[in-house]
Design a protein around this ligand. Sequence first.
Ligand code: ATP
Ligand code: MG
Length: 265
Amino acid sequence: MTSNENQENAVPKSHPRYESLKYRHKIIEGMKNLVVAEAGLIAHGRGECFDYILGEKTTEVAKKAIEAAVATLLLADRPVISVNGNVAALNPNELVILSNVLNAPLEINLFYHKEGRIEAIKNVLQKAGAIEIYGIDPKKMIELDGLESNRRKVELIANADVVMVPLEDGDRTEALKKLKKKVIAVDLNPISRTALWADITIVDNIVRVIPEMIKITKKLKELNKKRLNAIVNNFNNKLNIQETLDLILDYIQRQKKIAFDIIKF
Ligand code: ATP
Ligand code: MG
């Protein structure tokens, strides 16, 4: 039994926060295996906080963004899915399935480099069934203009027209936008720089987004280009982010009432 299974088994399935704890343990295990950077733990915590005030579910607003994202990826000539440590640790199997159904290659791209990390992420993806993984061979990498972090080193992303960036850093989103790429972000924080810079912002937990995207891809693959374009053109990211913020405000208002009903002063 791996220590991950040990940790997961320590949480009974009946625990009211079972799902959340299960993913926490995946991130912790990912850190022990070098897949997740130490700072990735903190980023996960920031994500959890936003997930909490979104009700920990895929909202109808997020579903609209997911549909627009899938249509955009299906219409793309050279789509790429960028992979960081957290994403690889949380749901590698679904990530590989999504890459296959969309015909969008996976490229490892990290903010924090550490000896052995790329190798560890590559192993996780290969174990999940990935055959081709980009962003590994330094000889094939080029540097993006306007970016100083490690995330500037890219392979297929350099020539991609659409890049999906789950759990991204704002600096690179901005750099990718300046290079005229269409950016699809998955970020639980609707007001992060990434969320605001992206063309399509999916404000939802990556662990729910990827399975939903697989489902929607299978549906939208049946549509012709004209109908896919109509989905993309009908989507308004600014409005979508505003609606997400309204959902958060409503949720907090409702929880405020519930909390005051439960707690007797
Ligand atoms: P930015 O650089 O875009 O301004 P930031 O510096 O606040 O954002 P980063 O640490 O760069 O945040 O990126 C991590 C982001 O990933 C956070 O906004 C966090 O909410 C989000 N995040 C963490 N875990 C998840 C998850 N499981 N699903 C979706 N988003 C997540
Ligand atoms: Mg950041």
